[in-house]
Design a protein around this ligand. Structure first.
Ligand code: AMP
Length: 377
């Protein structure tokens, strides 16, 4: 492929979290060198990298120097500023592009983009000022969810709306920020599709994953999802539409709501490997992280074939409340894999690691991963 960045080259990662860590592990296995830039020292990704630069993302001189030292820059979270992305792009290749970031990091732009590309989304309305509230309620109805347009993830920046009178106080609670009022969806389940697109436009998507959230944070993912074939095909096609419309290069996740009456709605896009794709490390021929390395380095994509059904359970900081979890208990399950992210302070709701179980069916894998996680307490 034109512009291939081959093993031995250096990849730069903006961000220091677990997604960067697992990306760096895949990159180093393939023989790349990895540089990371994040505001803290000894980050999950920094621990695995060859060079860990400590600088705030808005230190554009640091971003410039970082970009000059690598063959390609990628990022492991979507709230990288447009300035940081364009500063890096002035000195090296940046994949995915800043444009994909700009769409995904703003809920209004994201929903407008999805709707414009013919993808079904829950009814929504923008709230820019208090004056927009009555029309938004009239359009969306109740119950609903009020979400800030920017910097919302894992349930942050969201308030449930039960009655029209709740909207104004909720908007105050969210700091009178630009927001989206979205109809509450009567969910049968949630699924996601992780897909990738290469520099030459070829693409590949893993089969859909079924996701269960707890307190708005992903709790358990099971793969392949138990949804009708027709729905899985629609989800796959939607992922392709998004990849293509963004002229995307890299791995991307599309999260969906499946309604009780059998419809598929797009919830949101994550322009990076995703928590629901962690199980591809063990369950698929190519993990989502290796796929990201291949895509951003302008190589051919790897096979997304399923080796074995799997289920993943997140390990949040809460698990440490009674002391260090019993790792040897979980490791006594031969088909369960432990991933810890190297984080030292186990705060409430913080993603510290995950377990992935493999079994001959997805249902068995889910039962096994839950049993293994229970054994940690
Ligand atoms: P989000 O950050 O928008 O992905 O929301 C996190 C989780 O909150 C989702 O995965 C759902 O479980 C739930 N949620 C968000 N928006 C809605 C909605 N409009 N209707 C029902 N559940 C929702």
């Amino acid at each position: 492929m034109i512009g291939e960045i081959l093993p031995g080259s250096t990849i730069g990662v903006l961000g220091g979290g677990q997604l960067g860590r697992m990306f760096a592990m895949a990159a180093r296995r393939l023989g790349y060198r990895v540089h990371t830039l994040a505001p803290e020292h000894d980050t999950p990704a920094g621990q695995i990298s060859d060079v860990e630069i400590v600088a705030p993302y808005d230190d554009l001189d640091a971003v410039r120097a970082f970009a000059k030292g690598v063959s390609v820059v990628t990022f492991e979270f979507e709230n990288v500023s447009a300035e940081a992305a364009s500063t890096a792009a002035a000195h090296t290749v940046v994949r995915p592009s800043g444009e994909a970031l700009a769409v995904a990091q703003h809920r209004l732009r994201e929903k407008t983009f999805l709707a414009k590309n013919g993808l079904p989304v829950a009814p929504f309305a923008a709230i820019q000022s208090e004056a927009d509230i009555p029309a938004a309620i009239a359009h969306v109805g109740c119950p609903a969810v009020l979400k800030t347009a920017t910097f919302g993830y894992d349930g942050k920046g969201q308030v449930a709306i039960k009655a029209p009178a709740d909207v104004a106080p909720a908007w105050e609670t969210l700091g009178r920020r630009e927001s989206v009022l979205e109809a509450f969806v009567d969910l049968a389940c949630e699924i996601s599709v992780v897909g990738a697109r290469a520099v030459d436009g070829t693409w590949a998507a893993y089969p859909a994953v079924e996701n269960v959230h707890r307190n708005h944070i992903l709790d358990v993912s099971t793969f392949p999802a138990a949804v009708p074939e027709s729905l899985a095909k629609l989800a796959d096609a939607a992922a392709y539409t998004v990849l293509d419309a963004l002229d995307y290069v890299g791995v991307l996740c599309v999260e969906f709501f499946v309604t009780r009456d059998g419809r598929l709605l797009v919830n949101e896009i994550a322009p990076r490997p995703h928590n629901s794709g962690h199980l591809t490390i063990e369950a698929c021929v190519t993990s989502q992280f290796e796929q990201q390395v291949r895509a951003v380095c302008a190589l051919s994509l790897g096979s997304v074939d399923v080796v074995q059904p799997a289920s993943m359970a997140n390990l949040l900081g809460d698990l440490w409340e009674g002391g260090e979890p019993d790792w040897s208990a979980a490791l006594s399950f031969p088909a369960v894999k432990l991933h810890l992210y190297g984080k030292t302070s186990p705060r409430h709701g913080r993603k510290m690691g995950h377990l992935t179980a493999l079994a001959s069916t997805a249902t068995e894998a889910r039962a096994l991963v839950l049993q293994a996680r229970d054994s940690l307490r």
